[in-house]
Design a protein around this ligand. Structure first.
Ligand code: SAH
Length: 360
């Protein structure tokens, strides 16, 4: 067991079993050894590659999407927030095209990056040093960000939010906890008592024994906060992540990834990325309940094609003679169904009365 594993074991010894959500929070964000707190996990040498790291086209098109929504809403003084900006690549690509095509956006919009990790904040500052935008950083999204029209981007952020897991047993849905087994190792075990039925939606009634149900209270609460701000002040959010719409399965989706390979979730906390599929149907419901209008989720491939990625790829290929196989490969990776095109989805949230956003 690594050092963080031993600390988690001591915590469980002292306080009893912890939920999967608590385990995820510690493994990802422990200030000394948490996964995001201590490293730059992206890119070929890192543990995984995200869409903005695949190609500049991703950030450019999302930037244009935001700028178009801003124009549709009469170019207000506003805030552009990105949740979990990673290396800052998406925002850098977005601001570059926005600056070229709609420079007045940069004059009227304050950019705020929400980042928990000091390591990644440092990398983002380097990436964005020459962006020419007015940028500040904060460690979490709070209502202070919601005092102006709110334009918001989040790519692969919601999948990192902690989830609780429940397993269907003969006496109801029992929560899966992290415990110490007889050998003193971290292990999973179910609570003996069933969870309150209010935590499980009625449409899970027909689930077979052993089925999983996952919820992310943090994702739901955050979506509600964002949607309330957008309903009240105007703005637009685009949440892109891997996950499901109305088609939640019965398996678990919690996964650990280390060096581009799947790893054991409990084996080395802090050394592997932990994530889970995003339940877009729940996020859309939260947005609606908060008085805003959700669009989608649309497949990432469909959205990117609808907002011009094929044309953008052709332009880039013309500019980089001889390099177009690389651009073709990037394009395929972002939009093909077997790659990131359908597993990754995009949910937009706008005020009820705003024009339909591009691509939906
Ligand atoms: N959007 C980037 C990075 C995705 S990884 C990209 O597409 O490349 C997730 C990002 O969210 C990281 O920057 C991580 O440090 C940050 N993050 C994860 N959980 C967070 C939380 N609870 N609060 C703030 N930032 C968080």
């Amino acid at each position: 067991m690594n050092g963080l594993g031993q600390r988690i074991a001591r915590l469980i010894q002292a306080q009893g079993p912890i939920s999967v959500a608590q385990f995820m929070t510690i493994a990802l964000h422990d200030p000394q050894s948490g996964y995001y707190a201590t490293r730059d996990p992206f890119g070929r040498k890192g543990d995984f590659i995200t869409a903005p790291e695949v190609s500049q086209m991703f950030g450019e098109l999302l930037g244009l999407w935001i700028a178009q929504c801003w124009r549709d809403q009469k170019r207000p003084e506003a805030r552009l927030v990105e949740l979990g900006p990673g290396r800052g690549t998406l925002m850098n690509d977005a601001l570059r095209v926005i600056g070229q095509l709609m420079p007045e956006f940069l004059a009227k919009v304050e950019v705020v990056l929400v980042e928990a990790s000091p390591t990644l904040t440092g990398i983002q500052k380097d990436t964005l040093a020459k962006s020419g935008a007015n940028i500040r950083w904060t460690a979490q999204f709070d209502d202070a960000l919601a005092g102006k029209p709110l334009f918001l981007l989040a790519n692969e952020f919601f999948d990192a939010l902690p989830i609780r897991q429940f397993v269907k047993t003969e006496h109801g849905w029992c929560e899966r906890m992290v415990v110490l087994n007889a050998d003193g190792a971290l292990d999973f075990a179910l609570t003996p008592q069933a969870a309150p039925s209010s935590l499980i939606p009625p449409n899970r009634g027909g689930a077979p024994l052993g089925a999983f149900h996952e919820i992310s209270p943090a994702a739901g609460a955050l979506t509600q906060q964002i949607a309330e701000a957008i309903a009240r002040q105007g703005g637009a959010a685009l949440i892109v992540d891997y996950g499901y719409g109305a088609d939640a399965g019965f398996g678990e989706t919690l996964q650990a990834v280390c060096n581009h390979k799947y790893a054991n979730v409990l084996a080395a906390p802090g050394d592997a990325d932990l994530s889970a599929h995003v339940d877009f149907a729940v996020l859309a419901d939260e947005a609606r309940a908060a008085g805003a209008k959700p669009y989608g989720p649309a497949g990432q491939g469909d959205l990117l094609e609808a907002i011009g990625i094929v044309q953008r790829a052709a332009t880039l290929a013309r500019g980089q003679l001889g390099n177009s196989p690389e651009i073709d490969a990037q394009l395929e990776r972002l939009i093909l169904p077997g790659q990131m095109g359908t597993l990754f989805k995009a949910l937009a949230i706008l005020p009820d009365a705003a024009p339909t956003p591009p691509g939906f």
